[in-house]
Design a protein around this ligand. Structure first.
Ligand SMILES: [Zn+2]
Length: 57
């Protein structure tokens, strides 16, 4: 399944077995997006919070 990147409009490849909460990266802009579900059962993308950053905890 292919989705349009919500940042740059590039093509994102979503695996058929992708699950909600999975992170996909855009090959064009490098952004990370989290798969979320919509009320009608289809998949949508939302910007993922950047992870792996050290907040000095
Ligand atoms: Zn992009």
């Amino acid at each position: 399944m292919k989705k349009e990147c919500i940042d740059c409009g590039g093509e994102l490849n979503i695996p058929d077995d992708a699950v909600v909460g999975e992170i996909v990266s855009c090959p064009d802009c490098g952004g990370d997006f989290e798969i979320s579900s919509t009320s009608n059962g289809s998949m949508d993308l939302k910007r993922a919070e950047s992870v792996g950053e050290d907040w000095g905890e």
